[in-house]
Design a protein around this ligand. Structure first.
Ligand code: ZN
Length: 136
């Protein structure tokens, strides 16, 4: 597959309101977008670092994926997302190499990216997201 860069790092937080000031006032980054992704039961906040983003994830539902993650592991890095050139192709290749997919076909994520997750049991513990920006 053709990975161009790390698109973003997803970080689970209990509260965007409480965590955003750390990224802005301590790290000096600027939150350029806040978006709710109903599908994933999260509210996200984005910061640009070079060509990579930090995506803070606050749950909107205790039973959602981030709600469960916070319950089990607490705040911290949730997933890493790689930008790929052709996500359908990348998923086919990944599956053919014996990796378990959470999403067999891409779905829409934040910022209208096409995204799909690989199962952390197949990726040595790292929840891995592939994404492609088809809007540019
Ligand atoms: Zn993500």
């Amino acid at each position: 597959m053709n990975i161009s860069h790390i698109e973003h790092i997803g970080i689970a937080v209990r509260s965007l309101d409480e965590s955003i000031p750390y990224y802005e006032k301590v790290l000096g980054l600027k939150c350029y977008a806040i978006e709710e992704v109903g599908d994933q039961k999260v509210k996200t906040a984005f910061f640009m670092v070079g060509q990579t983003k930090i995506e803070l994830l606050e749950t909107t539902d205790d039973e959602g994926p981030i709600g469960k993650f916070l319950d089990k592991k607490g705040e911290g890095i949730h997933h890493i997302a790689f930008a790929v050139k052709d996500i359908e192709d990348a998923l086919k290749e990944t599956e053919s190499k014996g990796i378990r997919l959470i999403d067999k076909t891409p779905r829409k994520g934040a910022e209208k990216l096409d995204i799909a997750f690989l199962h952390p049991k197949s990726t040595y513990g790292v929840l891995t997201e592939l994404c492609e920006n088809k809007n540019q």
